[in-house]
Write a protein that binds this ligand. Structure first.
Ligand SMILES: *Cc1c(COP(=O)(O)O)cnc(C)c1O
Length: 395
């Protein structure tokens, strides 16, 4: 799965003009606040909305314009804005599209800080938020009211890993004129090309797969519709959002190896998910590519592969302290948020505090949830690490 395809080639061979006489394929890092104009007429003629020229560092440099082009290509869109984090990308979409009195729809398994932004910030501006069951398009359709303007979709939820009914959700939103935005951090433009499903906006935390280094924070918002892009770009400008040249360069360096890293981490993830599914301590493995995982049929319909990310539900017979001891007992898996860097990571989550209890019951989710993200270590070493830590549960 996830074999490099035409995208792998496009991420390396992309239109880029090096300075005359310097025929190196690697892009330069341009850094500037001020951009100098030849004369006043030239200054007045420049428009920050146009990519025909440069006006000010915050509005873009050759380095950030290049990264915007590449991310738009990766997602299958036409235009991109870059922001300092994935969360800032989510907040930008919300702020650009929602006004006082509007309502926002979020999946029940949404990335936690996205729900917190709605609850603590959007609410103060008179914007309400409702949650829907990502596996039940009819529940999402029923949640759409006259005030609903925007629906976020997360394929899959990044902790409980349900792959949503993308087709049903997009159809439900479209008939009611609701804009759809996909958080494509998991798919990374590799396993999921979200525009193919008919969505309007594709956001990604470039912090994860495109960076791959665990050392940069950045987010992207890609569109196909020009008017939608202009709305996002205008809000982006008014908010003073921008990214630094060196950070953009770090992502540009990560892109050519993205398909290979994605494939390697996916393979390791699937191998360990399958192995854990056979362990007596494990009640259930949540990995969209595994049969029996919530939303597996939707994953089959839309995805071409999977990320190196999955969760397990450890048996309820273990105490919370035993589960913590298991996580503490891991040596190669480091305890930490984020994913897609070189180091494998692990986080225990409290299922009950994350989700609507009725939906947990409906999906049959119970036990202690532990999420793993796979790095680039040898599979055998990671499996041995899991095996030795699982021994602590036997004590
Ligand atoms: C990490 C993540 C984000 C936020 O990205 P940051 O750059 O860490 O702010 C958003 N959505 C998902 C699904 C993520 O995993």
């Amino acid at each position: 799965m996830n074999k490099p395809d035409a995208m792998a080639t496009q991420l390396i061979h992309h239109p880029y003009q090096p300075p005359a006489g310097f025929e190196a394929p690697q892009p330069a890092v341009h850094k500037a606040s001020t951009v100098i104009f030849r004369d006043v007429a030239a200054m007045r003629a420049r428009d920050w909305r146009s990519k025909a020229g440069y006006t000010y560092g915050l509005h873009g440099t050759p380095t950030t314009f290049l990264l915007e082009e590449r991310i738009a290509t990766l997602e299958g869109g036409t235009a991109c804005v870059l922001v300092p984090s994935g969360l800032a990308a989510i907040a930008l979409v919300d702020q650009a599209l929602l006004s006082q009195g509007d309502e926002l729809l979020l999946p029940d398994n949404v990335y936690g800080p996205s729900a917190a932004f709605a609850r603590h910030e959007l609410a103060r501006w008179g914007i309400t938020c409702r949650h829907y069951d990502p596996l039940d398009a009819a529940s999402a359709a029923a949640a759409i009211g006259p005030k609903t303007r925007l629906m976020w979709i997360e394929p899959p939820g990044s902790v409980t890993m349900e792959f949503p009914d993308l087709t049903g959700l997009v159809a439900a939103a479209r008939v009611r004129g609701v804009v759809t935005a996909v958080d494509n951090t998991w798919g990374a433009g590799i396993a999921l090309r979200a525009f193919d499903a008919g969505v309007d906006i594709v956001m990604q935390a470039l912090t994860k797969y495109p960076s791959g280094g665990g050392d940069v924070l950045m987010g992207s918002v890609v569109t196909r519709d020009t008017a939608l892009h202009q709305r996002l770009k205008q809000c982006h400008m008014h908010m003073g959002l921008g990214v630094a040249g060196n950070d953009a360069e770090a992502i540009l360096r990560g892109l050519p190896s993205l398909p290979l890293r994605y494939a390697a981490q996916a393979e390791t993830g699937l191998a360990l998910a399958r192995w854990l599914a056979g362990r007596p301590e494990v009640l259930r493995v949540l990995h969209p590519a595994l049969e029996g995982s919530p939303g597996h049929v939707h994953w089959q319909a839309h995805a071409r592969g999977a990320a190196g990310l999955f969760s397990v539900l450890l048996d309820e017979r273990f105490s919370a302290a035993q589960v913590d001891a298991f996580v503490d007992g891991l040596r190669l898996f480091r305890i930490g948020y984020s994913w897609a860097g070189p180091s494998s990571l692990v986080v225990p989550y409290d299922l009950a505090s994350l989700r609507d209890p009725a939906l947990l019951t409906r999906q049959g989710l119970r036990g202690h949830l532990v999420r793993f993200s796979l790095g680039l270590e040898a599979v055998a070493d990671l499996q041995a690490d899991l095996a030795q830590a699982l021994e602590t549960l036997r004590a």
